[in-house]
Structure formats: structure tokens, C-alpha cells
Design a protein around this ligand. Structure first.
Ligand code: MN3
Length: 202
């Protein structure tokens, strides 16, 4: 199986002013594409060539670091593009909103916890909302291109929302102001897709 760059479900400029077109274009066509090229090179001629990406991630401790970094990069960005939308923002509905309130006390508390996970991740990484093995929601962060489905992750679960806090995700527009980028992210979250992933993870 050769991995390919997924098409964005919207245009590069359609998340503006929250995420600028130049950042989106470089992030998708250069950064994400490079993870895929490097992943394909790293698994060429090995058994992993025929495995779905989530199966590779779940057993990532068995693979070389290049597979972990680039396989994670491909998995994480593929999710990231889907959970954003030009029509995003606002609040989730129904089952997911109820589950958030049940787990975190309120939507605002959840938002604070997620923002804190994103802001305090030192260096490069991701913040996540996951469904864990007990089918409960949890917030965490991972370094580099690791993610919570990897067997080496400290926090495990199925990610249903993820925020890229690598500098390449925001530096052109926000420079060192990561908190401003994190705030802006809430305006583009595709809650319909996050809800769909939540139901699927239950
Ligand atoms: Mn990125």
C-alpha cells in the first residue's frame, strides 16, 4: 500500500482569517506531503507496506523511528484537515456535548483543559480529545508526531479532535503567539465530524 496525500475538503484560503492560506498550503502540500513520502520510503519492501496506517501506529514500538515520525505525521494531519471546516466553530450538539459536560463539568471547562494541553506542550506536538478504553472522553497531548493510538503513548485512546501545535502550523501568521492560534482554532472546528468520530469510537 502506497500512502497518498488526501485532498483537503476545502480550499487553502477558506479557513481565513483564523488560519491563513499560505500556512495551509505549505502545511498540506509540503509538510504533510513530506511525511507521506518519507513514510512510503521507510516501509518500502517491508511487511508494513501492506498494512493500514492505524495498524502500524498501534504497534509502533516495533518499527524504526522514521516510521513513527512520518507515519504519525500522516495519521495526525489526515485527521486534522477533517476536523476543521470553513463552517466550523460554535458548539457540538447532542450526544457529544452531553458527554463533554458529563466528563468535564461544562464546555468551558473542557475548552480550558484542551487549551492548556495545547499551550503547555513544550516544543512540537499535538493536543487531543480522545475516547479512552472505558469509552470516556479525555484530553491529553503528545510530543512530535506521536498520537494516542500508538502503543508507546502515555495517554491512550481514539483521537476525535486534534490540534497541531508545531510552529509550522501557525508561525507565518501568529509568530510566537501560540495562545492566539489556539484561540482561533475554536472558530474552525468541524463539530459534525468530531461527533461522527465520537459515535464511531463508542
Ligand atoms: Mn503539522
Amino acid at each position: 500500500m502506497t500512502h497518498q496525500l488526501p485532498q483537503l475538503p476545502y480550499s487553502y484560503n477558506s479557513l481565513e482569517p483564523h488560519i491563513d492560506a499560505r500556512t495551509m498550503e505549505i502545511h498540506h502540500s509540503k509538510h504533510h506531503n513530506a511525511y507521506i513520502t518519507n513514510l512510503n520510503n521507510a516501509i518500502a519492501g517491508t511487511d508494513a507496506e501492506n498494512l493500514p496506517l492505524d495498524e502500524i501506529c498501534k504497534n509502533i514500538s516495533k518499527y524504526p523511528l522514521a516510521v513513527r515520525n512520518n507515519g504519525g505525521g500522516h495519521y495526525n494531519h489526515s485527521l486534522f484537515w477533517k476536523i476543521m471546516s470553513p463552517n466550523g466553530g460554535g458548539l457540538p450538539e447532542g450526544t457529544l456535548l452531553n458527554a463533554i459536560i458529563k466528563e468535564f463539568g461544562s464546555f468551558e471547562n473542557f475548552k480550558e483543559k484542551f487549551n492548556s494541553a495545547a499551550a503547555t506542550r513544550f516544543g512540537s506536538g499535538w493536543a487531543w480529545l480522545c475516547v479512552n478504553a472505558d469509552k470516556k472522553l479525555c484530553v491529553c497531548s503528545t510530543p512530535n508526531q506521536d498520537n494516542p493510538i500508538m502503543d508507546i503513548a502515555e495517554c491512550k485512546g481514539n483521537p476525535i479532535l486534534g490540534l497541531d501545535v508545531w510552529e509550522h502550523a501557525y508561525y507565518l501568521n501568529y509568530q510566537n503567539r501560540r495562545p492566539d492560534y489556539i484561540s482561533a482554532f475554536w472558530n474552525v472546528i468541524n463539530w459534525a465530524e468530531v461527533s461522527r468520530l465520537y459515535e464511531a469510537a463508542l
